[in-house]
Ligand binder design. Structure first.
Ligand code: SAM
Length: 282
């Protein structure tokens, strides 16, 4: 009998991947965790039935959430990653010799354990001495941080369940306080395409605009996320995401990437008209 993983992208749209084998299924205090293996996308992680990452396309998400802010400030030394227990974001950050320390705040220890066992492609770096892992709610963690980070990356689940607090005004205000004077915050910003996702995206954008003097949105194409059209938020105290980048310096690092490059960086901030309108109307 054929086994398929199916995610409802709207009540009327489903996305399915044929599964070769289910490698893990378990439940933590926070969510259900599943790992599947497939021909087209390799191994993939789902939480409460929602796609988190696949081995085939995770490079797009993790490169775009990391290299965009790191190109704007290649001197980011102290970094906070909230969520991201699969390790993909941290893997990309560790490629910079300038990164001194990363605090990874993941609410669910079981996600980290399961990813270490089944997804070494992303979680293989999680024992690096430059990382401290804190098993805590990111919303609570940032309440006590002040002037401590050059960069905060919010690599969260969607704005419901355990991730809900990471889309609130309180959270963004505390991220602002936790950043140093030229700090940057980047977050996964949902999809603009389906109406329900777009509403959540607009609401989060408004809260970020109210919390930071500079706030822009950029995009990437991620095949396994709803509609394939995904957004990221860039917010900062001083640095502009396109005018303040040092292409020459980033290119001199010689990092080999599969999706990100410095021409694409500028282009990713050029949004389709319907998305610009949504962001203007918040
Ligand atoms: N790239 C993914 C996506 O957008 O679909 C996100 C992947 S990552 C696995 C998301 C992580 O955020 C999960 O492991 C989840 O446990 C964690 N998370 C959710 N809410 C959190 C919270 N309040 N504090 C810290 N981590 C949280």
């Amino acid at each position: 009998m054929e086994l398929w993983f199916t995610e409802h992208h709207t009540p009327n749209v489903r996305f399915s991947i044929k599964v070769d084998r289910q490698l893990y299924s378990g439940r933590s205090e926070f969510q259900r965790i599943d790992i599947f293996d497939s021909k087209e996308f390799g191994r993939f992680l789902t939480l409460d039935g929602y796609m988190m990452l696949t081995e085939m396309d995770e490079f797009i998400y993790h490169e775009m959430i990391t290299h965009v802010p790191m190109c704007v400030n290649p001197d980011a030394h102290d970094i906070l990653v909230i969520g991201g227990g699969d390790g993909g974001t941290v893997r990309e950050l560790l490629r910079y010799p300038t990164v001194r320390h990363i605090d990874l705040v993941e609410i669910d220890e079981l996600v980290v354990e399961v990813c270490k066992k089944y997804l070494p492609q992303t979680a293989g770096c999680l024992s690096d001495p430059r990382i401290s892992i804190h098993y805590e709610d990111g919303l609570k963690y940032v309440r006590h941080a002040e002037n401590a980070y050059d960069l905060i990356i919010v690599d969260s689940t969607d704005p419901f369940g355990p991730g809900e607090g990471l889309f609130t005004k309180e959270f963004y205000g505390n991220c602002y306080k936790a950043l140093r004077e030229d700090g940057i915050m980047v977050n996964q910003h949902e999809s603009p395409f389906y109406q329900q996702d777009a509403y959540a995206m607009q609401r989060a954008h408004k809260r970020i605009v109210d919390s930071f003097p500079i706030s822009r949105v950029y995009q990437a194409h991620i095949p396994t996320y709803p509609s394939g059209h995904w957004l990221f938020g860039f917010a900062s105290k001083k640095r502009h995401p396109v005018k303040d980048v040092n292409w020459v310096r980033w290119n001199a690092l010689g990092l080999k990437t599969r999706y990100y490059n410095t021409q694409l960086h500028a282009g990713a901030f050029a949004l389709p008209n319907y998305v610009e309108e949504m962001l203007r109307d918040v």
